[in-house]
Write a protein that binds this ligand. Structure first.
Ligand code: AMP
Length: 472
């Protein structure tokens, strides 16, 4: 039924339709077909949608349409007050939303800016001073600018909270409330969240007025174009199995999830030692490092991007074929977020989980949430002995969290030998250039080159290693 609807029928302006056509979208996705008319009608919305379903366009297209009437080419900052505020939990998501707004709004003279932490405030301050109609922001940095008095919300008509559940997980609720207090009462508010916990409903109650509730595929929140596979494997075989999987012909690139920043850096290092180009992306990286790692991955410069949950939230990687859970997440909802990085917008994706005996309870929790059994496939040479009795520590680490969506800072990864054994540099097959965890703040220091890549693939200029580093 939704497939029958066209973008033209949704009532969007000619300029927006042209931009959508330029992107090659033929029909609206389910969330777009449902949300666009409601948002165009000025209603508040509380929406849950699968990741990768096109929800960004779902709110951006009608938002642009609603602001088209005030779009102008004046050079006066006063003519460009903040009309719409879009808040997102992470810098990466803020950047992606900003890119989407620019893409879909390219035929409209509306100014957009993204403000997020980890980079200098000055250019952001300058864009705010120049005037901006659509402001995409992470809560913390937005408050910094508010304190500097460079942002004014007296003309703000639309508020969007994207990935609201993650914002609450990350402890942004007080920041969100402080921003809310500065917005005009008379406005349209849109709340997008992957899950609807008690906390989210409470936030929605305080924020939304008579919202239209939109839920896409509530029962099975997993994108159907993703296939799921579980390999049971002993912890000390995980790395070997991962390498085996990555070296298979069908797998050209994989986004690999681990639970901690330390594990991410270490795993990227170990992969590089085994001739696999790898980068790590996590919260300890500065913004430039994170952006460059993501760009290198998107460009196909690296085979493996090892990520923590927070860093990977909201990433949109075109045609990503594989997500690998090297470690299962503590909260089952994070499994859905993780695998939602693949199989986006109708393309096929594969989610592979490497599960050891002490993670079986986490697997059960995930299956319970999905209401489905994930397919178990034995890989010859990696058959697990999972009958090992679990220690008390392991039981504690895999216990279901009391509150869904609450991050449990587990040290489970430390149980895996690859994270407990010391790293021995200087393997004959790999060149490790300034390990990811070396703490250097220069982004180019964090790339790991496999020997194969050093020999064959040229790196983008940004990743070239400064001569002085080679001597270190
Ligand atoms: P999102 O869920 O907003 O992160 O979007 C996921 C991906 O779907 C992005 O790469 C969009 O460019 C793409 N996309 C959004 N809407 C459509 C559509 N109607 N048809 C095809 N692709 C789309």
């Amino acid at each position: 039924m939704i497939g029958e609807i066209t973008f033209e029928q949704l009532g969007l302006s000619r300029e927006i339709l042209q931009a959508v056509a330029d992107e090659g979208y033929s029909t609206p996705t389910a969330i777009q077909a449902e949300a666009i008319p409601v948002i165009l009608a000025g209603r508040d919305v509380m929406a849950s949608a699968q990741t990768g379903t096109g929800k960004t366009a779902g709110f951006t297209l009608p938002l642009l349409h609603r602001l088209q009437g005030v779009a102008n080419t004046s050079v006066s900052p006063a003519k460009h007050p903040v009309r719409a505020l879009i808040m997102a939990p992470t810098r990466e998501l803020a950047i992606q939303i900003d890119e989407s707004v620019r893409k879909y709004g390219k035929y409209l003279p509306l100014k957009v800016a993204a403000i997020y932490g980890g980079v200098s405030m000055l250019p952001q301050t300058q864009s705010l001073r120049n005037g901006v109609e659509i402001l995409v922001a992470t809560p913390g940095r937005l408050l910094d600018h508010i304190e500097q008095k460079v942002v004014n919300f007296s003309k703000t008509e639309i508020l969007v909270l994207d990935e609201a559940d993650r914002m609450l997980d990350m402890g942004f609720l007080p920041d969100i409330k402080r921003v809310m207090a500065l917005l005009p009462q008379q406005r349209q508010s849109l709340l997008f969240s992957a899950t609807f916990s008690v906390e989210i409903r409470r936030l929605a109650d305080s924020l939304l007025r008579n919202p239209v509730k939109i839920e896409i595929s509530r029962k099975n929140t997993v994108n159907e174009s993703i296939s799921h596979v579980v390999h049971l494997v002993n912890p000390d075989n995980k790395l070997r199995l991962l390498i085996h999987l990555i070296k298979q012909a069908e797998l050209t690139q994989a986004l690999i999830f681990v639970k901690t920043k330390q594990s991410a850096g270490k795993l990227a290092t170990l992969l590089a030692q085994h001739d696999i180009t790898a980068l790590a992306i996590h919260g300890d990286k500065n913004q430039l490092q994170r952006t460059q790692a993501l760009e290198a991955f998107k460009l196909g410069e690296v085979e493996a991007l090892v990520a923590t949950d927070v860093a990977a939230r909201g990433l949109d990687i075109d045609k990503l074929s594989h997500v690998i859970n090297f470690e299962l997440p503590s909260t089952p909802e994070d499994y859905i977020h993780r695998i939602g990085r693949t199989g986006r917008a109708g393309s096929k994706g594969k989610a592979i989980s490497l599960v050891s005996g002490h993670e079986k309870e986490l697997l059960t929790n995930i299956e319970r949430l999905l209401n489905a059994k994930l397919e178990l496939i034995e890989v010859p040479g990696f058959i697990a002995d999972i009958s090992v009795p679990r220690t008390r520590l392991q039981r504690e680490q895999t216990a279901t969290p009391r509150h869904s969506g609450t991050h449990k800072r587990s040290s489970q990864s430390k149980q895996d030998p690859i994270f407990t054994q010391p790293y021995i540099p200087g393997s004959a097959t790999a060149a490790l250039i300034n390990p990811v965890e070396s703490g250097g703040d220069e982004p180019h220091k964090s790339i790991l080159l496999s020997k194969k890549q050093q020999d064959t693939k040229p790196l983008p200029v940004l990743f070239k290693i400064p001569v002085k580093d080679k001597k270190e």
